[in-house]
Every structure is written in structure tokens, then in C-alpha cells.
Design a protein around this ligand. Structure first.
Ligand SMILES: [Zn+2]
Length: 480
């Protein structure tokens, strides 16, 4: 859509507005300026560019200054909607649908106008969201992880912002209460409103006109999730976010609001005091940190990655792995060799079967953390893993450190040890040769489609399928 065409639509509507105000029909005004009503109609519809002399005649006929006629703004609210709708209808995005253009008439109800416009806006929003290809998304994710690794996953500005807002809410210590979160919203001039009909694709919606933040129903009163979502919504406002122009920017904003929410729920000063004390006592544990601040295990583990290097002088890693061994989220600044594809992307890659993140699934007592020392080509790591389950299946959350740092953690005395040779494929990615020779070419697995948009496709003989697991499965069942 060129500016010129956009300007013509506005100009046309301004002419129509002043003509209607004077009570002229198209033909009546046409007569005064020496042109057919049908020609004037084309100008009013923004389909024809009028000569300057014609414009001067029109201005004189409707008794306004030429500059009034040429102002690049809608003459009234309705016209503004009409202009936006007309522009949307001329957009190739709409054209591609092969649907007719709706001609806007005076008789068209405002509700119809608003409804059409709402659909156009949603169409544009979805189109811009879908623009990120999986490749772009992966690249953006990888760049973001590398950027955060360089700053040890620590963002001092957001820490300060969170600290200030939390203090202003009257919060003193312990878990940030739901009430305190509400106060924070009020101090920002917003009300938190819980609704049952939030759009499925949103986590929260902020009404900037009526200053409301809509959140899903408070099914678990004051639950961590709700406080976090409310804080994330406030984060957008406090961090001055504008509509993201790219997928990378979208990810960056999301990371910032997640960081802000976590820094409010586990404020820097209180968290560092808690963790430093635990370190001195050699009792560091994600479990205790989680319970002290009333957050999820994952939130506490991630928060530890923000503070451990910057304040406890300790490199570390974090992994969220699904039941099938795929890495959903990962961070390391301790040189743990994370599995990655050729582009450096880690999301959806399978982590070594020997790692605590996976062996914890086979552990019988899952109520407490599982501890393990793992020898890798990059050295020995100590890890603590907590498993859990959602509707989407099992997952594990791991936090680990290089061997020399294990002494600060509870669980360092574990006798659980494993050896991982990954990325050497003979470690756990290649079936034992006799099993392989027995089943190669005689197995036909059907891949489960990964819900994860960033999951890689080909790996092994069948896309998305782990050969070893298939062969071992067949081996076990063939004997029955
Ligand atoms: Zn392995």
C-alpha cells in the first residue's frame, strides 16, 4: 500500500464528509465543479487522483480552505474506521483470499464496520506471527541463548526494576503474595481481572484504554502461574515494549518479561542472601530455593542460572528434557557439551541417555531430586534432577555444575555415577552391532509428531525416530 494511495483514500473521505455536511448530492457538487457525479464518486472512493484546480473548486464549493481538504487525517471516527478498512481490503494479504471487497456505504452499521476491521486486524496479526519459519525461529533462539551466555544469564537492569517494584508494593520477605502482585498492578494504574474466555492463543491480554490486565481464571488461588502471568503482563508495560517487528524481537521481549516476573517472585537481594547462606552451609539445593519463594521447580532452577555465576561465582547448566529425551530448554556456561544441530540449535535435540536428565526417569523415588555424577569428554559434572509430568507427558528439570562445585550442594555424596561419551555416537545413539544387524531393514516405526515447533526432523533412519529405542523395543518384545 503506497502512501499516495493511502492519502487518496483520506482525501476522498474528507471530500465526502464536507459534501455531506453541506447537504450536496454527488451530482450537485459535480455540477458546481464541472464534472460528472460519477467522476466525483471515483475521487471520493480514492480511486482517482484529482487535479489541484479541481480540488480548489471543490474547496470553494463546500466552503472550506484547500488546506482543510488536504489534511491527512480522518474527518471523524467513522471515517477513520472506513479508511483503515479500505486500506486493509487493498492489502495483498486480503487480496490473496479471493474474497470480494465490501463497498462502504453510509448505511453500513458501525458494528459491521468494526467487526470486519477486527477480522482484518486479526488476519494481519496471524500473518506476521506465521512469518517466522522454523529455521528463523531456531536461529533466533540460538542467538538469544548465546547472547545470554555472554552475560552469564544475568540482566542487572531488570533486576533493579523488579527490586524497586517489589519494594514499592510493600513486600518485605518470603514469597511474593498475590495481594502484593495486585498492588504492583494498581501502582502501575492497572486492575487484574480474571476471565474464563481469554483467547486460546494468549496468556494474558492488556486493555490499554481501560487499564485492565485480563488473566485466566484463578483456578489455583494465588498459584505461582497466575502471579507470574500478571507480572509478565506488567513487564511488557514497564519495559516499554512495542509490537515486536521480528521473531527475534518477539523472543527477546518474552525473555525479558519472563526474567522480570522471576526477578519479582525471587528478588535479587533476598535470593542471593538465601543462596549464599545455603552455599556457606554446603546445603545448596533448587528444592529449598523453590520452597522458600513458593515457585515451581523449573522457575527456581532457571532463577539459579541468573544468580549463580554473577553472585555465587559458579558456572552451571540447566536442562528441561521431555520423557523421550528431547531437550526443550537448555542453558550452560560450564561447557557441558549440549547436543546441537549444524546450526548450533539445541531445541529438540536428544540429550545423552547417560545423563541425569534422562536416567532420573528410570529412578523409582521421584518425589525428591535425583543426584548423579557424570563423566563426559568435557569433564565430570554433578547434576540434580527433578522429574514431573504435565498433560503433555513427562519432563525433567536438571541443574548441574562442574565437579569442583559439587561440594556446595546437597546430594554431593551420591554414589550414582555414569559415563557419557556423547557426541560419540557409539555412546548411546548407535544400537549394539548384533542388535542392529538383526533388525536393520526389518523395522518400520511410525514417528510421533513433536508438538514442539522447533524440534528437528531427520535423525536416524526414520525421521524423528530413535533407531536404538526401536530396535531395543523390538528385541525385547520379539522374545515374548
Ligand atoms: Zn550418550
Amino acid at each position: 500500500m503506497s502512501t499516495r494511495a493511502a492519502d487518496l483514500i483520506t482525501l476522498g473521505l474528507r471530500i465526502r464528509h464536507f459534501r455531506a455536511e453541506r447537504g450536496f448530492t454527488l451530482d450537485q457538487l459535480g455540477e458546481q465543479v464541472g464534472m460528472a457525479g460519477s467522476q466525483l464518486s471515483l475521487i471520493e472512493n480514492g480511486r482517482r487522483s484529482p487535479k489541484l484546480s479541481t480540488l480548489q473548486d471543490i474547496a470553494t464549493a463546500v466552503d472550506v480552505e484547500l488546506t482543510d481538504l488536504l489534511k491527512n487525517e480522518a474527518p471523524n471516527t467513522r471515517a477513520a474506521l472506513e479508511i483503515e478498512l479500505e486500506r486493509a481490503q487493498r492489502n495483498p494479504l486480503y487480496g490473496a483470499l479471493g474474497l470480494p471487497r465490501v463497498k462502504m456505504t453510509k448505511g453500513m452499521p458501525m458494528a459491521a464496520l468494526e467487526s470486519l476491521l477486527g477480522l482484518h486486524r486479526e488476519l494481519a496479526r496471524r500473518a506476521s506471527e506465521a512469518i517466522a519459519t522454523p529455521e528463523e525461529a531456531r536461529r533466533a533462539n540460538t542467538e538469544l541463548r548465546e547472547r545470554m551466555r555472554e552475560q552469564d544469564n544475568f540482566m542487572p537492569d531488570i533486576e533493579q526494576l523488579a527490586e524497586d517494584r517489589v519494594r514499592a508494593s510493600g513486600h518485605v520477605s518470603g514469597a511474593l503474595t498475590h495481594r502484593e502482585v495486585s498492588v504492583m498492578a494498581e501502582q502501575l494504574g492497572f486492575n487484574l481481572i480474571y476471565v474464563n474466555d481469554l483467547p486460546g492463543s494468549t496468556r494474558s491480554v492488556t486493555d490499554l484504554v481501560n487499564h485492565r490486565i485480563y488473566l485466566p481464571p484463578a483456578s489455583i488461588p494465588g498459584g505461582h502461574g497466575l502471579r507470574s502471568m500478571a507480572l509478565q503482563a506488567m513487564g511488557h508495560r514497564l519495559l516499554g515494549h512495542e509490537r515486536p517487528g521480528s521473531y527475534a524481537e518477539f523472543l527477546w521481549q518474552r525473555l525479558q518479561i519472563n526474567y522480570f516476573a522471576a526477578a519479582c517472585l525471587m528478588p535479587q537481594a533476598a535470593s542471593v542472601a538465601f543462596l549464599s547462606h545455603a552455599k556457606r552451609e554446603r546445603e545448596l539445593s533448587v528444592e529449598d530455593f523453590r520452597d522458600a519463594f513458593g515457585v515451581t521447580h523449573e522457575a527456581a532452577a532457571l532463577r539459579l542460572t541468573n544468580l549463580a555465576t554473577s553472585h555465587l561465582d559458579m558456572p552451571l547448566h540447566f536442562l528441561r528434557v521431555t520423557g523421550d529425551g528431547a531437550l526443550q530448554k537448555g542453558y550452560e556456561n560450564d561447557d557441558l557439551p549440549l547436543p546441537a544441530d549444524v546450526t548450533g540449535s539445541i531445541e529438540g535435540q536428544f540429550v545423552c541417555k547417560q545423563w541425569s536428565a534422562r536416567s532420573a526417569f528410570t529412578h523409582t523415588n521421584r518425589t525428591t531430586e535425583f543426584y548423579q555424577y557424570t563423566d563426559t569428554p568435557a569433564g565430570t559434572f554433578w547434576c540434580a534432577t527433578q522429574t514431573g509430568a504435565t498433560d503433555a507427558g513427562e519432563f525433567s528439570i536438571s541443574v548441574g555444575v562442574p565437579f569442583v562445585q559439587a561440594k556446595w550442594f546437597r546430594g554431593r555424596e551420591t554414589t550414582q555415577r555414569a559415563v557419557s561419551r556423547c557426541p560419540d555416537e557409539s555412546c548411546c545413539r548407535r544400537p549394539a552391532s548384533e542388535v542392529s544387524s538383526r533388525w536393520a531393514g526389518k523395522a518400520w516405526p511410525s514417528a510421533r509428531l513433536h508438538a514442539h515447533v522447533l524440534s528437528p526432523l531427520p535423525s536416524g533412519t526414520f525421521p524423528g525416530v530413535d533407531d536404538t529405542e526401536v530396535y531395543e523395543f523390538l528385541e525385547a518384545h520379539a522374545a515374548e
